[in-house]
Design a protein around this ligand. Structure first.
Ligand code: NAI
Length: 805
């Protein structure tokens, strides 16, 4: 008897369990299976001029069957312009609403998404090819959750974000892998903040965005607040380039992220980029291997592996590697691949032939580069874009498949021996989006979580998302966060930055001598008693060029000479800053102590410093500036141990630790005005939270750095935490922006300088923090001190930790 039950169990087969799609077909038919754009609350077809310019309506197909679902118009610059104008016109009215009124709209959207959940899930599955189980259980519930959560932020906007204003009109460009979910996590915070939106869905998957536009109309969302334009990269580019857009929020490939960074460099458009990943899935030898295998099913086979944070790189501790591989292969044999509408399948269809071919080509490259490929003998559908789950073992860390995002159901694996080696391998990528760590030892798991360079870390779990927990990457995975309070800041700006400035005009200093080869003099040549040098690695250093340039006071008299730094000096300074990285690991209390000591030493040398500063600013301002500098130093000593993280309680048996981590090495370009206070106002927040910096002081007042480094030297500031290099500020700024070992640039010179560093920093996609050359009152703590700076000095890492049995 017993054996026959086992036999039956083993021979049991799933029957097909297709979801009913008739409601979706009715909806498509009601639209005659053709869609225009949703602009200013109305369906708008593409214009003749757009057709003449080479834009064409495009087919939207079900990748599981090849069936044509609908034909969708493309938007050219004309439609984009119309949508931007509608969003601009809607902005004042939308912003004039109270937070509560906006909350009601967001709440209504959440309710409607729930009401239409079945239709939206089926539509998403037909359009994208993902399994109905995923769109029904993951995507659509999370869409509703995002609108609910952000209804809350709209309600609390005034109390939780005082001093901030909405950015304005936002252009949002999204990919095809989670079409409605990514839409929700972009649109919900934008609307909550008081922005209006022009959104472009991906050309493979526009249908749920159009369905949501229709829902927005049904709930009476004021027209123009949410607009949808369809099309491919050209339409995206028209949004990016439109001067009426205040911010671009993009999710997609790193390659297009770079294009957008470059295209927006010459503007003050705010930018957030959520790009690719090659996220490690780290299994220690004490892990529960069966759970880890199930984690992999969610990690790399969820959505056919077309997930930016997929656990695509398996790093397994050597001792258990073969055992784990056996278990993975056994599990792979039980994965069901088939009709996306079948409720009992695990793996659906790849979104498009182009992506399918790309995955196949990368697998071939992996094999050619020496990997062993395993694909299970599973039943495959006869037609449609289905790709077998694939395991590549024996992959070298430098292999193409270990470095490039495959964006398919392909797991690559390598082994490690020690936790240190695991961290090294995990970080051996240009990306930094996510990581999953499997160990029964919480000490090891959290220790590794802290060291992995990733915006999201899951302990004994993977691919969990929640609207309250920020999501976003480090390094070439982009910048900015979506979800949580940090995500709201992406759609807000300090109010003062938008309004008329009450800043003190920059002190008019004479141009420093244009340094050139003809001034090959050493500072001593002038018979001036002060010889200012560069400050690198805690030591005074002569400039590599051997040259200095003359610096004049505001009445035109020669104040001294400053070293003429060059690329080599910057490179040395960056190396010193990187080597001083353990500053981030000192306790916050320890950093505060150093800053207090620094303030004390500034006070002690005040007479001397005021006298020097007076040459540039006049003695009255100099005294105030020094006082204010001491106060600012105290402020950041205070902040050092108070700018802390948060704990989220997502709706799962998890806590999410939102840790604020230092960005790394920050390059600072300081302005000319209030030269001491502005320089310190930029250096201090950066180092208070553990960054190390390479700062380029005002070219016109660079001799001041001589006083500063003497203060640093006597304040127990470890060598390399602050490095000072003077010279032609833009040239040095460009070198910093191009340097791949610099993580962020703070550009507080003029607008042209900000544009230059943005364009030059596309290499490693470093973050650029700038006030776009707008006047800033460095004396006013509301503008020049506090959270705005500290937020840019940190990035949030969300670590998900399970609890309970
Ligand atoms: P993509 O980055 O080209 O497309 C994403 C979105 O950007 C789409 O809406 C597209 O129309 C738009 N776009 C394309 N070129 C643009 C431009 N010049 N200016 C403005 N918008 C533009 O990604 P694609 O080609 O669909 O996929 C290629 C690879 O990118 C994938 O294999 C995967 O590796 C990666 N990818 C990563 C995603 C992620 O979530 N991190 C999402 C989608 C793709």
């Amino acid at each position: 008897m017993a054996s026959s039950i086992v036999e039956k169990f083993n021979s049991m087969e799933y029957g097909p369990a297709p979801e009913d799609a008739s409601e979706v077909y009715r909806w498509l038919d009601a639209h005659s299976r053709t869609f225009g754009h949703y602009i200013d609350g109305a369906w708008t077809p593409m214009g003749v001029e757009t057709k003449d310019a080479g834009f064409a309506a495009f087919p939207v197909k079900n990748p599981a069957t090849g069936e044509l679902l609908a034909t969708v118009d493309s938007a050219g610059p004309i439609e984009v312009d119309r949508a931007v104008k509608a969003a601009r016109a809607a902005l004042p009215g939308w912003q004039a609403l109270t937070g509560h009124q906006r909350a009601r709209y967001l709440y209504a959207l959440a309710r409607q998404v729930q009401k239409h959940a079945r239709r939206l899930a089926v539509l998403e599955t037909l359009d994208n090819g993902k399994s109905i189980r995923e769109s029904r259980d993951i995507d659509i519930p999370l869409v509703a959750r995002h609108f609910y959560h952000h209804a809350g932020w709209a309600q609390l906007l005034d109390t939780e974000f005082p001093g901030y204003a909405p950015v304005g009109v936002v252009g949002q460009i999204i990919p095809w892998n989670f079409p409605l979910l990514i839409l929700a996590w972009k649109v919900a915070p934008a609307l909550a903040a008081g922005c209006t939106v022009v959104l472009k869905p991906a050309e493979y998957t526009p249908l749920t965005a159009l369905a949501l536009a229709e829902i927005a109309g049904e709930i009476g969302l004021p027209r123009g607040v949410f607009n949808v334009v369809n099309g491919d990269g050209r339409t995206g580019a028209a949004i990016v380039e439109h001067p009426g857009i205040d911010k671009i929020a993009f999710t997609g490939s790193t390659e297009v992220g770079r294009i957008i960074r470059k295209a927006t460099a010459n503007s003050s458009k705010k930018l957030s980029l959520e790009l690719g990943g090659k996220s490690p899935f780290i299994v220690f030898d004490d892990a529960d291997l069966d759970s880890a295998v199930e984690g992999l099913v969610d990690g790399i086979w969820l959505n056919q592996g077309q997930v930016c944070c997929a656990g695509s790189r398996l790093l397994v501790q050597e001792r258990v590697a073969e055992r784990l591989y056996d278990k993975i292969r056994a599990r792979m044999r039980t994965l069901r691949i088939g009709s996306s509408l079948d409720k009992a399948i695990d793996i659906g269809a790849i979104v498009d032939q182009v992506q399918y071919d790309r995955i196949a080509a990368l697998v071939r490259t992996g094999i050619a580069e020496g990997a062993t490929c395993y694909q299970p003998e599973v039943t495959m559908p006869e037609r449609g874009l289905f790709f077998k789950p694939t395991l590549l073992t024996g992959v070298a860390p430098g292999a193409t498949v270990a470095q490039e995002e495959i964006f398919g159901p392909v797991l690559v694996s390598m082994t490690f021996r020690t936790p240190a080696e695991a961290v090294e391998l995990a970080n051996n990528t240009t990306y930094g989006l996510a990581a999953s760590i499997w160990s029964e030892n919480v000490n090891v798991a959290l220790d590794v979580a802290a060291q992995v360079k990733a915006g999201v870390v899951w302990v004994n779990a993977i691919n969990l998302f929640d609207a309250a927990c920020g999501f976003g990457g480090y390094r070439e995975s982009g910048y900015g966060r979506e979800g949580g309070k940090e995500g709201m800041y992406e759609y807000l700006e300090p109010t003062w930055l938008r309004g008329e400035s009450n800043a003190v005009p920059a002190a008019a200093l004479p141009e420093p001598e244009a340094p050139g080869d003809d001034v090959a003099h050493a500072p001593e040549d002038f018979g001036i008693d002060r010889t200012v040098k560069q400050y690198i690695g805690g030591k005074q250093a002569r400039p590599d060029s051997g040259y200095s340039y003359r610096v004049y006071g505001r009445d035109g008299h020669l104040v001294g000479t400053a070293p003429l730094g060059n690329r080599k000096d910057i490179r040395n300074a960056v190396e010193a800053a990187r080597a001083a990285g353990k500053w981030a690991k000192t306790t916050a209390h320890g950093r505060a102590q150093v800053l207090y000591f620094l303030a004390e030493n500034l006070a002690q040398r005040s007479a001397e410093i005021v006298a020097k500063l007076a040459a540039f600013t006049g003695s009255e301002q100099a005294a105030v500036e020094l006082d204010q500098s001491i106060e600012r130093t105290f402020a950041y000593a205070a902040w050092a141990d108070k700018f802390e993280g948060t704990i989220h309680n997502p709706p799962a048996r998890m806590v999410t630790l939102a840790m604020k981590e230092a960005v790394g090495v920050i390059g600072i370009l300081a302005p000319d005005e209030t030269p001491l206070l502005s320089l310190l106002s930029l250096i201090l927040p950066a180092i208070a939270v553990g960054n190390t910096v390479v700062a380029v002081p005002s070219q016109r007042a660079a001799t001041l750095m001589g006083d500063l480094y003497q203060v640093f030297d006597t304040s127990d500031l470890p060598g390399g935490v602050v490095n000072l290099v003077s010279g032609r500020a833009d040239e040095l700024g460009r070198t910093l922006a191009e340097h791949d070992d610099v993580d962020a640039i703070w550009s507080f010179r003029d607008e042209a300088s900000a544009a230059m560093v943005k364009a030059a920093s596309i290499g490693n996609l470093k973050q650029v923090f700038t006030h776009h050359g707008r006047a800033i009152d460095w004396f006013d703590p509301a503008q020049a001190e506090g959270r705005w700076f500290l937020r840019h000095a940190t990035q949030v890492k969300n670590i998900w930790v399970p609890y309970g049995e």
